[in-house]
Design a protein around this ligand. Sequence first.
Ligand code: HEM
Length: 333
Amino acid sequence: MWKSLAAAATLAFAIVSPTVVVAQQAPASQKSVPEQLVDAFNAVFGVHPGARANHAKGVILEGTFTPSASAASVSKAAHLQKQKNPIPVTVRFSDGSGSPTVPDTNEMPRGMAVKFALADGSKTDLVVLSFNGFPVATAEEFRDFLLAISASGPDAPKPTAFDKFLSSHPTAKAFVEAPKPPPVSYATLTYFGINAFKFTNAKGVATFGRYQLRPVAGEQFLTKEQVSKMGPDYLLDEIGDRVRRGPIKFKLMLQVAEQGDKIDDPSIAWPDTRKKVELGTIMITTATKESHTADKLLFLPGAVLPGIEAADPMIAARSAAYPISFVRRLKPQ
Ligand code: HEM
């Protein structure tokens, strides 16, 4: 879905069989928007037993989160307060595609998902992407974006449905055409929350913001020549080797909205000059032997703790769509 340049549809059709479409339980018109979205992913990428509808290929690691002293100033959420011990986290890095065999050399945003397991048994998640901004503003528009891709295979007459979608949606066109070079590592990308949340501190003061996860190793990308020499699983292999050599660190930052910044439109990135508050450090220490495509984890963008609330309506649509994909992938084949 995320292929750069207007070849998005061609890539999707090249890496999956375009003929596989989900079994329909109800006519499309009676389905909820989140269900229509999961169907639309399946129409673009096909259905792959055990795999997520999107971000199907990934790698799971473990580590810890330690909040910064400044974190409690924005939110009273339990994981952002001073801790006795670092909080255990599970991290999944992924490729932004519904194909479990997509080559890691693809030019699509990568994903990072983090599950924090607090000492009292509560859990909270972060689900972020290596691109600052979404192609469209709403879940409904995103469904139409995916449906346009699925209707625009190599044999579709020109202009394709996707060509037409892009010409009437300049932000989606800019997103598709923006370079997304393959990174040296999943650990050398900045990941962006894209959707805004509301943070409330112990004094009741509210702040609107978007997460950023900044790699302590710095951003590093491959040259075209280096990419041509990489194997299809180079990112999976690299991250395993890297974590065996030493911990991988990310700084969790909050980009704070200013008056006039759109809270409910994830297609508009806020200026980089916005104030950022350091929330803490994620330290990834251990590789796991979890499946790269068929693990049983579910990360939910809306799984937040008191002191944090979804502020962008897309978060609710995402949080409804992910369990639909989860239930489908867990169904015995
Ligand atoms: C309406 C918009 C969106 C829809 C419908 C959607 C849908 C999905 C679905 C169905 C999955 C598979 C879930 C599973 O089987 O567990 C998924 C995974 C994922 N999405 Fe989204 N998504 C949307 C927007 C976003 C945005 C804005 C981001 C980042 C800011 C994002 C990042 C990810 C990541 C990182 C994963 C992989 C999570 C994992 O490793 O389990 N998505 N998405």
